[in-house]
Write a protein that binds this ligand. Structure first.
Ligand code: CAA
Length: 257
């Protein structure tokens, strides 16, 4: 299938989406989300896809929502048409998403990276929420997710001034799992995704769901939920296989059931 705004490939059990609007530094427009959401819908139900990498170019993961598309918008239209809501699809994707970020991850670009589960950053990555400079605020979760991830002090500074932070500061702040040299970024991201895709899919999905719950509930509720999910995994083939393989000193052969 041909897409206008993204490139789509599968490598074994890993799906790769490359944001591909090079002339606009991968600015995120409605068409891009229509295409990306369609791909995610397909992969959600595809047993063969067990992890997804989202990446951009060496210069830009994404320089934000498309300002040219947004400029003429008016309030009643943004409300009635529910502008930005289609972006949420990513955050409801149940399999792991790895963001491989090089260059600019600004505004909506930073927000899309934060909807992923693991962010690997190239050494040239720059994160920021510069919406304030355009007379608006982050609109795809930036004020909420960034605060939960890096805390109020830095979020306030970034959101209120529009300052960008480099890869090292982002790693220090807990936004980024790891920094890798730009030339290795895509290989490393694929390696991480392939490692995840080789593990038991129900366990991986359950782990993601439980970590996500930590952002949305109390500690006691989260721990109770985690325990139930942990207990439920004893109903899977893969628990028997994983533990028997360990005891028998052989590699496991997961069925993802
Ligand atoms: N939307 C639309 N087009 C964009 C864009 C964006 N977010 N970012 C860059 N572009 C376009 C530029 O208009 C330019 O196109 P033309 O050649 O047709 O003029 C092209 O990409 C290259 O950009 P620059 O010439 O500006 O490149 P640069 O290297 O000089 O600067 C930059 C790079 C600092 C990232 C600068 O492009 C920039 O500041 N971009 C905007 C960043 C921004 O404000 N993002 C937030 C958007 S609002 C948002 O995201 C809302 C939300 O929360 C959902």
């Amino acid at each position: 299938m041909n897409y206008e705004t993204i490139l789509v490939e599968t490598k074994g059990n890993v799906g790769v989406i490359t944001l591909n609007r090079p002339k606009a530094l991968n600015a995120l427009n409605s068409q891009l989300f229509k295409e990306m959401n369609g791909v995610l819908d397909g992969w959600e139900n595809d047993q063969n896809i067990r992890c997804v990498v989202i990446t951009g170019s060496d210069k830009a993961f994404a320089a934000g929502a498309d300002i040219k598309e947004m400029e003429p918008l008016q309030f009643p239209g943004t409300y009635v048409d529910d502008f930005i809501t289609p972006w949420d699809r990513m955050s409801r994707f149940r399999k792991p998403l790895v963001a491989a970020v090089a260059g600019y991850a600004l505004g909506g670009g930073c927000e899309v990276a934060m909807m992923c589960d693991i962010i690997l950053a190239a050494d040239n990555a720059q994160f920021g929420q510069p919406e304030i400079k355009l007379g608006v605020i982050p609109g795809a979760g930036g004020t909420q997710r960034l605060t939960r991830i890096i805390g109020k002090a830095k979020t306030m500074e970034l959101v209120l001034t529009g300052r960008m932070m480099g890869a090292e500061e982002a790693e220090r702040s807990g936004l980024v799992a790891r920094i890798v040299p730009l030339t290795d970024l895509k290989t490393e991201a694929l390696k991480v995704a392939e490692n995840i895709a080789a593990l038991s899919l129900p366990a991986v999905m359950a782990a993601k769901e439980c970590v996500q719950r930590a952002y949305e509930t109390t500690l006691a509720e989260g721990i109770r939920g985690e325990r139930r999910v942990f207990q439920s995994l004893f109903g899977t083939h893969d628990q028997k296989e994983g533990m028997n393989a360990f005891v028998s000193k052989r590699p496991p052969s997961f069925k993802h059931r």
